[in-house]
Design a binder for this molecule. Structure first.
Ligand SMILES: NC(=O)c1ccc[n+]([C@@H]2O[C@H](COP(=O)([O-])OP(=O)(O)OC[C@H]3O[C@@H](n4cnc5c(N)ncnc54)[C@H](OP(=O)(O)O)[C@@H]3O)[C@@H](O)[C@H]2O)c1
Length: 280
């Protein structure tokens, strides 16, 4: 039984590869970058998700597919062409005889169109709908933590439920290895709803360094993110929109990681310990 992992060098995908190797199944990893340090037993194939014709050969003899949704990687990359590209890969997989597909989706409703394509593909499907990835903190917070030991935010009391990428991968691995998850949508969150103040404290504890939280105005936080190179649309629609509009809200915490994998979701402090070097 061969399982094809797309997005295999990504935050979630590389953990999917490791989880499948640990489970003892044959893993084929698709990448544009074959020099990536995959585990020894992995069959590495070169292909580009943006060019479905380069993915087609990798589907031969594949039983199950972990589908990375290239179309939604970054809002500024999203275009109708990208959606067509990801749809095309779903069609190629079904035509190649792939029996099971596990799609990395999102709690964001933008993914619904691609979900429908996967659901109608004829393959047994499982759709993962994670919320905010903890790994986003490496982009938003790690630079000022490394440089000054500080996080500046306008919304210290806003709550989020960041999830460890390894937990998303563990759910994907379970769904790739068994029929028991067919036809399921899994909403995935971290194990706790934490204020940004609590998140900073958890990261400080996990990575073993002091981190100050400094309250700033919305305008200053926005300007700092744009100065750091983040596109305005990402800052306004993805990073600051939610806390600015729902600072008081208690977001729901999902139990799906525990139910599917049998272990509790990793805490944000555990996540920070796994990424401690990136905060030093
Ligand atoms: N961040 C969040 O909070 C969040 C929340 C919910 C859902 N999501 C979704 O999760 C996904 C991100 O997952 P991730 O963090 O595991 O991914 P990632 O680390 O961003 O990995 C990206 C993968 O995509 C491939 N890739 C990147 N740019 C490409 C391009 N221009 N053409 C072809 N391939 C390209 C890379 O493959 P190569 O090996 O070929 O380089 C890499 O393996 C996004 O679709 C996002 O919408 C994110």
């Amino acid at each position: 039984m061969t399982i094809l992992v797309t997005g295999a060098t990504g935050n979630v995908g590389r953990n999917v590869v490791h989880g499948l190797v640990r489970a003892g199944v044959r893993v084929r990893a698709l990448t544009r970058n074959p020099a990536f340090p995959f585990p020894d037993d992995v069959e590495v194939v070169v292909g580009d998700l943006a060019r479905p014709e380069t993915v087609a050969p990798a589907l031969a003899g594949v039983h199950a597919l972990y589908l990375f949704p290239l179309a939604y990687l970054k809002p500024e990359l999203s275009s109708f062409d990208d959606v067509i590209t990801t749809e095309a890969i779903v069609g190629l997989a079904a035509a190649a005889g792939v029996r099971r597909v596990v799609m990395l989706g999102s709690s964001d409703p933008d993914f619904v169109h691609l979900e429908r394509v996967v659901e109608g593909s004829g393959m047994a499907w499982t759709i993962l709908r994670p919320g905010e990835f903890a790994v986003n903190k490496l982009n938003y917070w790690a630079p000022s933590i490394r440089a000054e030991g500080v996080v500046r935010t306008a919304y210290a009391e806003a709550r989020g439920t960041p999830i460890h990428e390894a937990d998303i991968a563990d759910v994907a691995v379970a769904a790739l290895l068994s029929d028991g998850h067919a036809g399921r949508h899994y909403e995935l969150t971290g194990p706790q709803a934490l204020t940004l103040r609590e998140q900073v404290a958890a990261i400080a504890a996990g990575c073993g360094r002091e981190i100050r939280l400094e309250q700033v105005s919305h305008e200053r936080e926005r300007a700092a993110m744009i100065d750091a190179g983040m596109p305005e649309v990402v800052v306004d629609e993805m990073i600051l929109w939610y806390p600015a509009n729902y600072a008081e809200l208690m977001p729901p915490v999902s139990s799906a990681v525990r139910e599917v994998t049998g272990h509790p979701g990793r805490t944000l402090a555990e996540w920070a310990a796994d990424h401690a070097e990136e905060f030093r």
